[in-house]
Design a protein around this ligand. Structure first.
Ligand code: MG
Length: 250
């Protein structure tokens, strides 16, 4: 199922997408069968970020080619940082270039959306805790990052986490092409099978530290090929099976 969150008739809804049709559903994070199943055309609604996360856990240095271009050693345990929920924006929304930075990069990433409260689950149990997957762009003020021990400043500006366009609950995260395009030019091109730490491992690892809750998001790291964006640019993240997440830099 492809799950979206959208604005229509001045209300926020969850919906399931089939082709160009969107059917209203209850929250995917709690059983709710009381919702009237309204129907909309995809072209008539405004998509929002498909989830409003409580926690956003971010994995750095999780593809070998990106570790090399960044000048680090291959990590033995996941490199973890966090983004605030106020960084989240949806498909076709604007990334605002902050005045504090003079280099703002895209980072195409696979995002895991937690569906069920879980604590200290095994890697085998992890898939049952995942609602689905979506595309993410871990926008990064690269020039601020070296002086920023926890990367919270460089990665935490408002609008620095585009998510979407929808969550696919049937997505197979063992492989799939991941790409970033800047103004139509391919800048990153890899496969999620190259992830050093897999989504299942990450859910197990992180849930051994903190309870993961429905709607929490884990973004899993970016492949090689990072470079800067500038105001006026259009950036697209595409993962096979998860659609295209498009945003504009202003
Ligand atoms: Mg990243």
């Amino acid at each position: 199922m492809k799950i979206c969150r959208f604005l229509a008739d001045d209300k926020v809804h969850y919906g399931s997408i089939e082709g160009e049709a969107v059917t209203v559903i209850g929250s995917p994070f709690c059983k709710d069968d009381t919702v009237d199943k309204g129907h909309y055309k995809l072209s008539d609604i405004k998509l929002l970020a498909p989830v409003k996360p409580g926690k956003i856990l971010c994995i750095g240095l999780n593809y070998r080619d990106h570790v090399q271009e960044s000048g680090y050693d291959i990590p033995k345990t996941p490199v973890v940082f966090m983004k605030p929920s106020t960084a989240v924006i949806g498909h076709e929304c604007d990334i605002v270039y902050p005045s504090m930075s003079s280099r703002v990069d895209y980072e195409a990433e696979l995002a895991v959306v937690i569906g069920k409260r879980c604590h200290a689950v095994s890697e085998e149990e992890a898939p049952s805790c995942i609602l689905g997957y979506t595309c993410a762009n871990d926008v990064s003020a690269r020039d601020l990052q070296p002086h920023d021990g926890q990367w919270i400043i460089a990665k935490g500006f408002d609008t620095f986490l585009p998510l979407g366009p929808y969550i696919d609950t049937d997505f197979d995260s063992s492989s799939g092409h991941i790409e970033c395009r800047l103004n139509g030019d391919v800048k990153q091109s890899s496969d999620i099978r190259h992830l050093i730490f897999t989504p299942g491992f990450l859910v197990s690892y992180l849930s051994s530290v903190m309870t993961l809750e429905p709607g929490d998001v884990i973004i899993t790291g970016t492949p090689g090929g990072i470079s800067p964006m500038k105001p006026g640019d259009t950036v697209e993240v595409e993962i096979d099976g998860l659609g295209v997440l498009r945003n504009h830099v202003v």
